[in-house]
Design a protein around this ligand. Structure first.
Ligand code: 5AD
Ligand code: SF4
Length: 446
């Protein structure tokens, strides 16, 4: 038992890692809001801190312990300890260990159990530590309150979990088996988000294109059917989705990119590596060639589509020649954006105990060469966009007064000047390209 605590009045949620964690963080915040707990004002200590952790790469657990240490230290200085909750994938994977090693932590809650946070909080206030890393399929979403998030751009988790078991990845263990949320729930949540001001919705899932469900007429449908239905919501202007797996791509989703104007011309489709032996060792269940054929089909229906991907360098046993196949596939696809990582052994995954772990300096060299290629293609994509006129959705103010930053349909950052507000959709002609952003000139309100 810990000493009883005063019920918290303020909270702070610190989300690390992927967009699904950001979504989960927002939903936890909404749960706390329903209980009358308010976000801590900027610069002030919160009574309750939720560390919403990510376990995908590097020393995630160590980062959690150092964050906890920092909170305890700050609490001592302020003469008041916050309640600390650890959520997310590190909580799922190492919950017991966290409870043992970090007595300051009151709550450990996994990504499938956070709908039970309010009860856990009641226990914590009584001085009882609470752990919940159950994985009840779907129960979480049914138990969460209605969406309250305001703002022009919103995330909507439609699918969770992963059955693919890539040999390097912890996600199947921390997020559990693939589940799809029901179609009517998703349409209703999207409607709520639009009523609250969302103009853009990004559908999220570890394997978002594995989503399947029954539409309003009882017909079995994949992600394309959901996208068609969401496109009928008045006021919703832009639809995106991430992250897809090559093996879950179907004809209807590819076709949707040629049919649905609101579906943005952008596809995040990780390939991870360009060599078939490595892809096999990763258990990706596709080849470089089959991946390229999928890309070709997207380009056939939507020639301007921006492609992005994830890459891992230095997977166990990767030779120089095998790494060069990754550079080759990058040159073939000409990605508009990308995320690249050094392989990081994750405890409990098959690859962590494979022979041929790659030396850190080799890994660093490969990452640097890969990133140079990726940067080259990103810049080239930006340069090829100059002269195009497109809609830009404003998401931030720029550095100087009257300057705005937003996203093009191809998810490029575009800055321009004028008298606008966050959330406005404006028509912009792309005038200059830099490696990471473009300058736009206003044409007219879109
Ligand atoms: N090491 C390095 N990168 C990884 N990813 C997943 N697991 C690992 C790992 N063990 C990367 C993959 C995935 C992205 C979300 O993180 O590229 O697509
Ligand atoms: Fe991890 Fe592979 Fe599943 Fe993606 S598809 S979440 S990389 S196991």
């Amino acid at each position: 038992m810990k000493p009883a605590a005063v019920p918290p009045k303020t909270y702070r949620v610190k989300s690390f890692g992927c967009q699904m964690n950001v979504y989960d963080g927002e939903r936890m915040a909404e749960l706390l809001g329903d209980r009358g707990i308010a976000p801590a004002p900027e610069g002030e200590d919160a009574d309750l801190v939720i560390l919403n952790t990510c376990h995908i790469r590097e020393r995630a657990a160590e980062k959690v312990y150092s964050d906890i240490g920092r909170l305890v230290f700050a609490g001592k200085q302020a003469g008041k300890q916050p309640l600390i909750a650890v959520a997310g994938c590190v909580a799922q994977a190492e919950g017991e260990e966290i409870m043992k090693r970090a007595p300051a932590v009151s709550i450990v809650v996994g990504p499938q159990a956070y709908h039970r946070l309010p009860e856990m909080l009641d226990k914590a206030v009584q001085g009882k530590r609470a752990t919940d890393t159950d994985m009840p399929a779907i129960a979480k979403f049914d138990a969460l309150p209605q969406r309250k998030k305001r703002g022009p751009s919103a995330f909507l988790t439609v699918q969770e979990g992963c059955d693919k078991f890539c040999t390097y990845c912890v996600v199947p263990y921390t997020r559990g088996a693939e589940i799809s949320r029901p179609f009517p729930h998703l349409v209703a949540e999207a409607q709520k988000l639009v009523e609250a001001g969302a103009k853009e919705i990004t559908l999220l899932g570890q394997n978002v294109n594995a989503w399947s469900g029954e539409d309003d007429k009882g017909r079995r449908t994949g992600l394309a059917g959901l996208i068609h239905a969401l496109a009928r919501i008045d006021g919703l202007e832009r639809i995106r989705y991430t992250t897809s797996h090559p093996n879950d791509m179907d004809d209807a989703l590819i076709a949707a990119h040629g049919e649905v104007d609101k579906l943005m011309p952008y596809l995040h489709l990780p390939v991870q590596a360009g060599n078939d032996r490595i892809l096999k060792a990763m258990n990706r269940q596709h080849t470089a060639e089959s991946y390229l054929r999928i890309i070709e089909r997207f380009r056939a229906v939507r020639p301007d589509i921006a492609l992005s991907g994830d890459f891992i360098v230095g997977f166990p046993g990767e030779t120089e020649a095998e790494f060069e196949d990754t550079l080759r596939i990058v040159d073939e696809v000409r990605y508009a954006a990308c995320f690249s990582f050094k392989y990081s052994p994750r405890p409990g995954t098959p690859a962590a105990t494979m022979e041929g772990q790659i030396a850190p300096d080799v890994m660093a060299d490969r990452l640097q060469r890969l990133q140079a290629r990726l940067a080259h293609h990103q810049y080239a994509f930006n340069q090829a966009s100059v002269g195009k006129t497109c809609s830009v959705m404003i998401d931030r103010t720029g550095r100087d007064p009257g300057q705005w930053l937003g996203k093009s349909p191809w998810l490029q950052s575009v800055w321009f000047e004028g008298d606008y507000a966050i959330g406005d959709l404006v028509e912009v002609t792309l005038a200059d390209a830099g490696p990471n952003s473009l300058r736009g000139v206003i044409s007219a309100p879109a």
